[in-house]
Write a protein that binds this ligand. Structure first.
Ligand SMILES: Cc1cc2nc3c(=O)[nH]c(=O)nc-3n(C[C@H](O)[C@H](O)[C@H](O)COP(=O)(O)OP(=O)(O)OC[C@H]3O[C@@H](n4cnc5c(N)ncnc54)[C@H](O)[C@@H]3O)c2cc1C
Length: 492
């Protein structure tokens, strides 16, 4: 099924508990903190459901239509279709929706190609996963995830000594009809405007943390679940002109607090297995499918940044300076380089698991690492190119509502390259990219959304065929030997 935007907004009115500080939100689709973000999510659904996009973005099976990010790829063409729908969604949100509906669904789809991995001595959960995959694609579900323990949970002794519960989410009871979970999980980006939350662990747990090793899916309105939003940024935007990104692209982040939430067994995918609970993402194409989306999403944002850098330099005339062209050339090379890394993941696809083709893992992690390490540097180049332009504009667009002020603004603020209003519009957008609170959230997001940098590099280390690389060195060194005395003498 392909959900429409209207249907998505209706689903969000489901009695979910969302807090902004001390305020309980009645309806996330109308609250000024989230309404535009909800509409942006709805617009993604409308774009997918548009009959004009069916051919490019959906596939049919048994007479039903499903979004292309539910394709379990068996060919490069399938992988390309996946990449295309990620691109379409990322372009619509300019890469600012990291957890768009195609992110976690890709994790689940990738995992479903190797669902038997979920069958262990602790239970056979492959059927649950395959059913969930089917549930998601049939309902066009928007799932997000919370797969990290909160920072507060790192010293269990502190809580034990005071007879307090350890704050991290764990199983507190197993019943015939399901498990009961309590505790907190960080940090469910998008959950406020999504349907479901995937709970899991993407970093290793210690063997004595088996109760935390629960992987399951819960609806955002589950009884006992509350979402504790960080400060929403949408209210920072007085209008779209002054804060065009903040206005509609703050995808939200929330801590997930579960207090005795009942999860039916059919939504449990892993339990009581500290090692397996994080390995399921890497033993299956789950991480690879999900983070290919992240790479594609980042590229859409990078293209906006590079375009902005170009336009800003045009507006000041700096684009004519050779040193500035060189800077733009560097940015453009990075953008093309990332595009190449993404295309390479398809061209060098891996035959894995049996019967399926998966994006090249090493190239996916290379791109992920590049994005994690370079976002701040890229934004900083744009910041430098903006100069003080971002602060030379009047406080807000209301200057255009006063005839006298508007005339003076239009006279004095124009440059030979651009009229005053166009400059103001451009620099407002640039500021939302480099300096607003929304921009600051994205600096943080790009550093951490796939785990801290050392985690990302750990994935790269794990997937590298070190024997092959070491072999190159061994091969070269074995091609020569200790010179005999005569050769050494001749060289002197
Ligand atoms: C905007 C945003 C959105 C997010 N969205 C999601 C989401 O949708 N779902 C989700 O599950 N999570 C999400 N996260 C959480 C994210 O995955 C974590 O922030 C990330 O894994 C880092 O964990 P941490 O915050 O506990 O940092 P820490 O683990 O405390 O690390 C902080 C810093 O400490 C240093 N450090 C700590 N340990 C080591 C080490 N062993 N070696 C070297 N250096 C170390 C590093 O400098 C590191 O950057 C999001 C985070 C942010 C900021």
């Amino acid at each position: 099924m392909l959900r429409t935007g209207k249907e998505h907004l209706e689903r969000l009115r489901d009695g979910r508990i969302v807090y902004i500080g001390g305020e309980k939100v009645d309806d996330v689709t109308t609250h000024p903190a989230f309404a535009h973000a909800a509409q942006s999510a709805a617009a993604i659904y409308d774009m997918k459901a548009d009959p004009a996009n069916r051919e490019a973005l959906a596939f049919e099976e048994d007479g039903e239509l499903f979004s292309n990010y539910y394709i379990r790829a068996k060919s490069r063409d399938d992988l390309r279709k996946r990449s295309v729908i990620h691109t379409k969604i990322a372009e619509q949100t300019y890469g600012f929706f990291g957890r768009s509906p195609d992110h976690v669904s890709s994790f689940v789809t990738g995992m479903s190609t190797s669902a038997e991995t979920l069958n262990t001595e602790h239970g056979d959960f492959s059927g649950n996963l395959l059913n969930y995959y089917d549930f998601m694609r049939r309902n066009d579900t928007y799932a997000t995830y919370a797969v990290l323990p909160p920072q507060a949970a790192r010293d269990p002794e502190f809580y034990h000594k005071q007879n307090l519960p350890v704050p991290t989410l764990q199983v507190v009871r197993e019943d015939d009809d399901g498990v009961v979970i309590s505790g907190m999980k960080m940090l469910a980006t998008g959950a406020v405007i999504a349907d479901e939350i995937w709970i899991g662990n993407v970093i290793p747990l210690a063997p004595d943390q088996a109760s935390q090793a629960i992987t399951c899916a819960i609806p955002c309105n589950a009884e006992g679940l509350s979402l504790w939003s960080r400060k929403p940024m949408e209210p920072n935007a007085a209008n779209e002109f002054d804060s065009p990104l903040t206005w509609r692209l703050d995808e939200t982040d929330a801590m997930v607090l579960c207090e005795n939430v009942k999860v039916p067994w059919e939504r449990v995918f892993c339990i009581n297995d500290a090692t397996h609970s994080y390995r399921i993402y890497n033993m299956t194409p789950s991480h690879c499918y999900g983070n290919h989306q992240s790479n594609v999403r980042f590229l859409a944002k990078l293209r906006l940044i590079v375009g902005l850098a170009s336009k800003v330099t045009q507006s000041t005339g700096a684009n004519k300076i050779p040193a500035v062209s060189e800077t733009l050339g560097r940015l453009a090379a990075w953008e093309a380089g990332l595009a190449g890394m993404i295309a390479g993941q398809i061209e060098a696809a891996e035959s894995w698991p049996e019967g399926y083709l998966t994006f090249n893992r090493r190239m996916m992690y290379a791109a992920l690492n590049w994005c994690t390490e370079n976002h701040s540097a890229v934004v900083d180049i744009l910041r430098e190119l903006c100069g003080g332009g971002v602060f030379q504009m009047p406080a807000d667009v209301t200057v255009m509502h006063d005839d006298v002020l508007r005339e003076r603004f239009e006279t004095y603020w124009q440059t030979p390259q651009m009229d005053a209003l166009a400059r103001m519009k451009l620099f407002r957008l640039a500021w939302d990219m480099v300096g607003s609170e929304f921009a600051g959230r994205h600096q943080q997001y790009e550093k951490f959304y796939a785990g801290a940098g050392f985690i990302v590099r750990g994935h790269s280390f794990r997937e590298t065929p070190w024997g092959e690389l070491d072999g190159i060195v061994d091969g070269l060194m074995s091609s020569y030997d200790v010179p005999n005395a005569n050769v050494a003498e001749a060289a002197e």
